[in-house]
Ligand binder design. Sequence first.
Ligand SMILES: Nc1ncnc2c1ncn2[C@@H]1O[C@H](COP(=O)(O)OP(=O)(O)O)[C@@H](O)[C@H]1O
Ligand SMILES: [Mg+2]
Length: 206
Amino acid sequence: MTAKFIKPKFITLEGMDGAGKSTHIANIIEILKSQGREVVSTREPGGTALGERLRELLLHENMHAETETLLMFAARREHIATVIQPALMRGAYVLSDRFTDATYAYQSGAKGVAASKIQLLEQWVQGSLQPDITLLFDVPVEVSMERLASARTPDKFEREGADFFTRIRGAYLQRAKDNPVRFRIIDANRPLDKVKKSVEDIISTL
Ligand SMILES: Nc1ncnc2c1ncn2[C@@H]1O[C@H](COP(=O)(O)OP(=O)(O)O)[C@@H](O)[C@H]1O
Ligand SMILES: [Mg+2]
């Protein structure tokens, strides 16, 4: 009898605040677990004790956009070294609510940090590590803002205006265009069950 070897997968969820990333994570975990996989579900910024402390600062303190970028990557280094890499090494699937594409979208696309600086940090912190697949939950800016308004008390990023969100959406869509093999764009401006079905279709192809 030959055991089927299934390569562990690093899956990231991206998209604007309010697009529905967190809403769909539980279902993805359930699908993968039902296939007998170990699943590590995590998030950025955060994912480690230190990372969660940095998250508090990142989401609530005003700071220079490059400081923000450096702290994001400091948290990411810890996250990769202590959570993501060990999980992938032991064959687990890793599911992260945001990763480096978010740094390109928020700190570069929306706040103007040079993409070349982010690339340098990405190379340093990640080496060759990249997500295998990235689900981009895409919604129009007005929809994102409406959902946020009724969902929760906004953090520093979520309090920004429509221009900021428009730049983020544009930067994400450009990232998807530049990385067509890795990205799957999900039209998240549909009823929850329709979005859920699209997510399930993608996960089932893994
Ligand atoms: N397809 C959808 N239709 C309507 N409301 C949605 C949909 N997806 C998510 N929501 C709601 O929008 C809010 C933000 O969703 P959330 O998953 O927290 O987004 P994110 O994690 O991307 O910021 C929540 O109140 C959620 O219930
Ligand atoms: Mg969320």
